[in-house]
Design a protein around this ligand. Structure first.
Ligand code: NG6
Ligand code: CA
Length: 506
């Protein structure tokens, strides 16, 4: 072989191995990570999980080309605890994390790790867009100054937030440390105990409302909707609920476009389908179920648009998408939006009992899909998994060590399960409601409730599963949790209760 031929071969070999290596590091090590986190979406609220009264083609497309989980759980049956567990890899009961008012301080300790700080360390650009509900500031936040600590202090490079929930004041977006469009001459005051300012409240002016509300949701009226809590000022900064889909999706497009050339992590936390359900006019009437059904269609559209953005930018093959929900479904959650009356034959939690607020399976078993073309083979998995494990699994994916003494104490690496390489899920898993439950093999044990059930919960038409005596269900034979076997299987009750205590002490 003459020298120039040899040189040509060497160059060709060099180029081929570089592309392969590059391909490998791009595709298998640090994909973009997108968590699409829907609010209050029940197990069977989307058509790929059995809904027929509403069609969700975009979510279905993810399920068809990705991995659809049938026994995947958010860690609690309410929002704040589930989000706390997702981001910190720690069960919420370790921090007494419960549903927060809109003026609560940040409940995540900036000295402990979060998914965002871990991925940032791994070189990711990190962002959160949408509903937060983990508190802001270190006392009552000052909405007229820098609002911190918040997401930027726990590992996110960028944040654009609905600070608490759409039904709570303040009804303004917070971008990084500031309220968006705040007029200095109209400062914001928030109060959850007593009325502030002169704006009308729902209790006194029901005629001004787009939908009637219960007494807890009868505070300050904003955009024709009365909220939990009272708000003064900030008029120019008010959001319009009907614009959530486009405002938030635009922010998502911006974030993804800006970071298209480096790995990014985006936690996209949709306000749909939480109350007040006020979907954009283009979705009104999309179903026969009224605002709740139409909001599911809006959520599906939002999901589809984000996927289109990924495709358009050529990022789809190099992005791991995790689609899920923060708790099970609820119909009447404070507003008269006909969710109950127009339900028809739709079963938001499918065959499972209960929903949001509930210790039964409907509380935490939520639609969950992982999607990553060429890496995840389409299929279904019945592995038992919890969102608390996403932290350690993603750490494994990007090659970050987790020191469990300092971060993510409850999170275990189930990356092979999330990617469909294994169906060996958790042997035991805690579910949080206003009590704790333990899943183990075929059994589900629900611990007797110790704390007082909140009064407002008693008025809701939800089977809470909260009882003063132990409950034991055989989920293989009785997935609907209709037959409490605690009296027949005292040994199992004792073992599971002891196991639960042991896991709690950890
Ligand atoms: C409850 C609210 C409910 C909803 C929920 C939080 C009352 C009576 N009910 O306290 O409307 O806001 O909190 O939902 O105030 S979650 O999905 O963020 O957990
Ligand atoms: Ca929720």
């Amino acid at each position: 072989m003459n020298r120039s031929l040899l040189l040509a071969f060497s160059i060709a070999f060099f180029i081929i191995s570089c592309t392969q290596n590059q391909g490998k590091s791009m595709v298998t090590k640090k994909p973009n990570i997108l968590i699409i986190y829907v609010d209050d979406l029940g197990y069977a609220d989307v058509s790929c999980y059995g809904a027929t009264a509403v069609q969700t083609p975009n979510v279905d497309a993810l399920a068809k080309a990705g991995l659809k989980f049938t026994d995947a759980h958010c860690s609690a049956s309410t929002c704040t605890p589930s989000r706390y567990a997702l981001l910190t890899g720690s069960y919420a009961f370790r921090n007494n994390a419960a549903i927060l008012p809109g003026d609560a301080p940040l409940i995540i300790d900036p000295n402990k790790g979060t998914i965002a700080s871990m991925l940032k360390k791994a070189g990711y650009a990190t962002g959160v867009i949408g509903k937060w509900h983990l508190g802001l500031g270190d006392g009552k936040p000052n909405w007229n100054a820098d609002i911190k600590p918040g997401p930027l202090e726990i590992g996110f490079d960028y944040s654009f937030l609905i600070p608490a929930t759409p039904d709570r004041v303040p009804t303004v977006y917070v971008e990084d440390h500031k309220v968006v469009n705040l007029d200095k001459d109209d400062p914001i005051t928030i109060n959850y105990n007593q009325r502030v300012g002169n704006d009308p409240i729902g209790l006194e002016h029901p005629e001004m409302l787009k939908m009637q509300a219960d007494s807890q949701h009868s505070g300050t009226i904003i955009n024709g909707i009365s909220r939990i809590g009272f708000m003064k000022g900030g008029h120019k900064a008010y959001w319009k609920d009907e614009d959530f889909a486009s405002v938030l999706n635009d922010k998502v497009t911006e974030f993804i476009t800006q970071h298209k050339d480096r790995p990014f992590f985006l936690y996209y936390s949709l306000p749909s389908i939480h109350v007040p359900r006020a979907p954009n006019a283009k979705f009104v009437g999309a179903t026969k179920m009224g605002p709740r059904g139409d909001d599911i269609v809006q959520m599906d559209w939002m999901t589809g648009e984000v996927m289109k953005t990924l495709k358009k930018l050529g990022l789809e093959d190099n992005t791991l998408v995790i689609f899920s929900s923060d708790n099970g479904p609820v119909l009447n959650d404070g507003y008269a939006d006909k969710a109950v009356q127009l339900l028809g034959n739709h079963h938001p939690a499918g065959i499972y009992k209960g929903g949001k607020y509930s210790a039964y399976e409907g509380g935490t078993r939520v639609p969950t899909i992982t999607y990553w073309p060429n890496e995840i083979h389409p299929g279904e998995s019945d592995a038992l998994i919890s969102q608390v494990d996403i932290y350690a699994s993603l750490a494994q994916l990007v090659g970050e060590q987790v020191d469990h003494h300092k971060a993510a104490p409850d999170s275990k690496d189930f990356l092979p399960v999330l990617l469909g390489k294994s169906k060996e899920g958790r042997k035991q898993m805690i579910e949080e409601a206003f009590t704790l439950s333990l899943r183990s093999g075929e059994w589900k044990y629900i611990d007797p409730v110790k704390a007082k059930t909140p009064d407002w919960l008693k008025n809701k038409d939800v089977p809470t599963g909260l009882q003063s005596t132990p409950q034991l269900y055989n989920l293989e034979k009785d997935p609907g949790e209709n037959y409490n076997l605690a009296d027949q299987y005292p040994r199992e009750v004792k073992e599971l209760s002891e196991k639960l205590n042991e896991l709690m002490q950890k």
